[in-house]
Design a protein around this ligand. Structure first.
Ligand SMILES: Cc1cc2nc3c(=O)[nH]c(=O)nc-3n(C[C@H](O)[C@H](O)[C@H](O)COP(=O)(O)O)c2cc1C
Length: 362
């Protein structure tokens, strides 16, 4: 009996299997509005059999986008197009989810295929913000912009933007919400000592640096329905001397669990240029850390990073390293990865496919 294809429930939401599409920026929106590209990108992985579809990093404010092409939920015009896609995903038997976040000092960048460097304010970019006033890169290098250090009042406004985006996510029909707390973007940059050098209550020791995340989680949980799952993506290791360790993140996981988070999505890296990239061959180490965090914090986890094979995914679930596996680049190559995995593991594929396909395949 496959564990990978055993349904899984959090609160009132049931996933038909443990396979999810990882959030992947598509840099293809205009004014933060989803379009046909997102419909096909997300919808095809739902028809392909995944149980969970997590839409890309979705900005809570216009200045929270990574690039001008990023999706957003900062105004009501962005609700309806997302809602149409979510309805389709749900009709295919998958759970539509969204990752909400703010890019902080890494925002205002060109799309990767246009070089990924910061855009000047008069070339389509915007001023950036952060916990402290240091740029990601040095002068003249890729992410060169110096962010404005956020005041206490601006921190409160930012948390409110997360709340408003969460309400719009609910209106758009998402059934699971993930707060982006990884990859050097705003919430992670508050948590890591590599970036946060504040000496007020939002900086200093681990608890001080965690405050931004914890208050945001509390505020979002207050408007995100109790019966729907709330997730947080963490960079569970900075991979840099003096940066966050797995132990720090186990503590963070315990804190967010106390505030109503149901599952932690375990990614890593991205805080500084010296940190390991959040996409790359060594992300596979994250999977082991997901298992450690699950055991020591007592919270469900999603594992991600170099998961490509059916037996590998089965083993991750069966050995208790994670409750859900997320695939990014492999599912980019094969939208039908879940179907292929079911066939390989000898699972009755019909329950994981729309009737239009399931009737004929098996
Ligand atoms: C094109 C692309 C876009 C991505 N966008 C996001 C994103 O929006 N949010 C996020 O947390 N991670 C993002 N990631 C990271 C993935 O979610 C995932 O953690 C990483 O690619 C490792 O998984 P993989 O080995 O299956 O590709 C992105 C990755 C890729 C390849």
């Amino acid at each position: 009996m496959s564990q990978l294809f055993t349904p899984y429930s959090i609160k009132d939401v049931t996933f038909r299997n443990r396979i999810g599409l990882a959030p992947m920026c598509q840099y293809s929106a205009v004014d933060g509005i989803m379009n046909d590209w997102h419909q096909v990108h997300l919808g095809s992985r739902a028809t392909g059999g995944a149980g969970l579809i997590i839409a890309e990093a979705t900005a809570v404010r216009a200045d929270g986008r990574i690039t001008p092409g990023c999706v957003g939920l900062w105004n009501d015009n962005q609700i309806e197009p997302a809602s149409k896609i979510n309805q389709f995903i749900a009709e295919q038997g998958a759970v539509p989810a969204v990752q909400i976040g703010h890019a902080g000092r890494k925002g205002s960048a060109a799309a990767p295929w246009d070089g990924g460097a910061h855009l000047k304010d008069d070339e389509g970019g915007w001023p950036t913000v952060g916990p402290s006033g240091a740029a990601f890169d040095s002068e003249g290098v890729r992410l060169w912009k110096t962010p404005t250090q956020m005041s206490i009042a601006e921190i409160a406004q930012m948390q409110n933007a997360f709340v408003e985006a969460a309400k719009r996510a609910l209106a758009a029909g998402y059934k699971m919400l993930e707060i982006h707390g990884a990859h050097g973007y705003l919430l992670h940059s508050f948590f890591t000592p590599l970036v946060n050098t504040r000496d007020d209550e939002y900086g200093g020791d681990l608890r001080g640096r965690a405050r931004m995340m914890l208050e945001t989680v509390e505020a979002v949980r207050a408007v995100w329905p109790e019966n729907l799952p709330l997730a947080v993506r963490l960079s569970v290791a900075d991979w840099v001397e003096g940066g966050l360790t797995i132990e720090d993140n186990i503590q963070m996981a315990k804190w967010v669990k106390e505030r109503g988070v149901d599952i932690v999505d375990c990614s890593s890296g991205g805080a500084t240029p010296a940190a390991r990239a959040s996409i790359g061959p060594r992300t596979a180490e994250q999977v082991g850390l997901a298992g450690q965090l699950r055991a020591e914090a007592g919270i469900a986890t999603m594992a991600v990073g170099e998961i490509t094979e059916a037996k590998q995914a089965e083993e991750i679930i069966a050995s208790g390293q994670a409750d859900i596996v997320l695939l990014a680049r492999k599912m980019m190559r094969d939208p039908y990865w879940a179907m292929h995995a079911a066939l390989e593991l000898g699972v009755d594929v019909k329950a994981h496919l729309p009737h239009q396909y399931g009737f004929y395949i098996g």
